[in-house]
Write a protein of this length. Sequence first.
Length: 545
Amino acid sequence: MTNEQSGMASEQALAWAQVRASLRESAGPRVFDQWLKPIELVASDDAESIRLALPSAFVTNWVRSHYADRLAMEFRRVLPQVRTVSIETRPRTTPPVVVTAQTPPIPLPGVPKLREDIERAAESARQAVQARRPAKPVVQAAPAVEPAPMVAMAPVIAPAAAPAAVEAAPPMRVEEEQPVTPRPVFGVDIPAPVAEAAAPRAAAERPVLDPRLTFDRFVVDSSNLVAFNAARALAEPGVPRFSPLFLHAGTGQGKTHLMHAIGHAYLAAVPEAQVLYMSAERFMFEFVSALRARDTHGFKARLRSADLLMIDDLQFIAGKGSTQEEFFHTINEIVLSGKRLVICADRCPQALDGVESRIISRLSAGLVADIKAPDLALRRAILERKLADLPEAAVPAEVLDLIAARIHANIRELEGALNRVVAYAHLTGERVDLDFAVQTLGDTLRGAERRVSIDDIQKLVSQHFELKPLDLISARRSRAVARPRQIAMYLAKRLTTRSLPEIGRKFGGRDHSTVIHAVRKIEELRDTDREIDSAVRVLLRELEA
């Protein structure tokens, strides 16, 4: 195992310890011991992918249905670079290939053995979670109810890369069920399973909302003020002033935070309201499952009965014809009924290539608000707010200044960098200062210096060739558009860590073969066409500056 792989294994193992501790606190001992405790962390050679394994297909299916999104969210909270979390069945006929972390990614003096590190990290995480828990449950447990699946959290998983998120096994058919007393978890009635023969279902369905993501914890400035005020207005009781609300921004800019905050505020004002929150992938998965189970009526009734329906990452339904058909009728019913609808995506409605025009028209009829990337002042304020949640951490102002100045891709990575500094200081017993932060965040800071996003590339290429950014993701095939599009794909492949399918999706939902062709074409033209080579050189200098 190389030093880089060893460091990655160590970081994932430490993250898994924190995630397990958080799950133990939130799910309760009965659910955790029966369903979540058997999960093993499996060795992965990709820093952006987490692989989890369970010993039986039944337990795997249950965890996928009820905790796939929660696991994804918890891992992204600890490791912001994680994009996919897969859950697989790995029978224990032979010992599973489990990650055994060795040393931290960056050599630090005084680091104890990893087993002790993980135990301390787990204990710290348990204490932190215990401190964050409210004095009383959000929803009181009801006696003898008939359990139902949770509404899943929005996954961080790309549709083509994580079969566990979409291509899950067909739903289990349960012949007999025994009533159990649920334990409240983040506003959700979670049942304690009584046997492996009956997967639990909840009677009073409530959304899985992160208790940390509320309006009073959202740091506001000019880059997100319109989106923030619109979200608060929609959460007010009474007849909504507008619906739908469409929020769009890049990854990790606060869209999901505002959606959770809307849910919390609306439930506080209208406790009996039916609030549903899910990702577009979860919508697609549940719709396909309903088709297989011949229960589309139940699926439609559940979604259309919602007083507040929130769908995250809408871009993932691009090109899914039957799913878009049902999605349109669902949101149309919600809006026509005078109910609240919130949709989030990584781009504005008109730029959602592969999404039906009638859906775009319906979403554009409400209020569309964007969230811009945070500037230095906002990044600094976000770090101060995050640090306030860590009273035991002593982080000097100069370290916060360093992180805010050097990490600007998105808020998740910003918070992840602070978490890493605090965690390493806790594990090593060292004092946090500027040298310690630079040593701990060395790879992160170097990556932040050279990181370029596909959005940056599209913006610069469109400016260089005097096009609109929408031209690069459109279906236009004229040479004046096609060649700049190929150059942009070439630059995206060269300057980013995105996979070919991800790059294709960012260029209007094109497949990976189109990206491969574009890359090869530009490589050939750079050898034969001085004008193309000169343009690429100019763009490279500007992007790498």
